[in-house]
Design a protein around this ligand. Structure first.
Ligand code: AP5
Length: 222
């Protein structure tokens, strides 16, 4: 990736708002959004062997084995669009071995965004979440309702979005988060993710705008 392009990672507990903020970030900054969970769900939907195996872990809220996830994300990161526009990596890495796989390729983020949301808010966000299969947009019945009846009638729910499963996903997250944070602590910015989504974006946008300016200045001085 060219040095002037932005390389961003976003992390946080299940339903902390990663996907929602990624929609806002890509709209403004044109980065390529690479979500490990979306890549896995596409594989599940395609019914491939990897997809079938991945689903067993996703249903239990556990991490899918590295031999499935690592190649999938690496391939996507190395595609021309990610290399030409910069990237926004969502939900990866989730362990020190996944981070190491990136370091081995010389891939290091400029910024690691950590969305901080108290656990009691997360369950409410998960059970109300709905997805639009046509546009891929994320909705919430209470916090981000669909704009039209037509959209409302076609919304779907994720197979792992139940109260029981989000608790398992949260357990997995809590077991792994410190390992990953320790690797990226020099570039981490912690964002309060419990505010309305527009207010969360203002905080992220401030950090990204600062980085953008810094990159422009470095480029001009070369
Ligand atoms: P993944 O798809 O990444 O799920 P997750 O981490 O649990 O995160 P979510 O997608 O549930 O939430 P989000 O933070 O994007 O929240 P959203 O913006 O939608 O992973 C799924 C599974 O795949 C894992 O369990 C694992 O098995 C596997 N996997 C994934 N990555 C892996 C990896 N690297 N290695 C191994 N396995 C991996 O928001 C949630 C809801 O809240 C929405 O309804 C939204 O409208 C609403 N909302 C968002 N922001 C706000 C706000 N500020 N105020 C009010 N409501 C809000």
């Amino acid at each position: 990736t060219k040095p002037q392009l932005m390389k961003i990672m976003i992390s946080g507990a299940p339903a902390s708002g990663k996907g929602t903020q990624c929609e806002l970030i890509t709209k403004k900054y044109g980065l390529v959004h690479i979500a490990a969970g979306d890549l896995l769900r596409a594989e599940v939907a395609a019914g491939s062997e990897n997809g079938k195996r991945a689903k067993e872990y996703m249903e239990k809220g556990e991490l899918v084995p590295n031999e499935i996830v690592v190649m999938m994300v690496k391939d996507r990161l190395l595609q021309p669009d990610s290399q030409e526009n910069g990237w926004l990596l969502d939900g990866y890495p989730r362990s020190s071995s996944q981070a190491k796989a990136l370091e081995d390729l010389g891939i290091h983020p400029d910024l690691f965004i950590l969305l901080d949301v108290p656990e009691e808010i997360l369950v409410d966000r998960v059970v109300g979440r709905r997805l639009d299969p046509v546009t891929g947009r994320i909705y919430h019945l209470k916090y981000s309702p669909p704009e039209t009846e037509e959209i409302a009638s076609r919304l779907t729910q994720r197979f792992d979005d139940t109260e029981e499963k989000v608790k398992l996903r949260l357990q997995t997250h809590n077991q792994n988060v410190e390992d990953v944070l320790s690797i990226y602590k020099d570039v981490t910015v912690k964002i309060n993710g419990s505010a309305p989504k527009e207010d969360v974006f203002v905080q992220i946008d401030t950090a990204l705008a600062g980085l953008h300016e810094q990159k422009k200045a470095t480029l001009a001085s070369v």
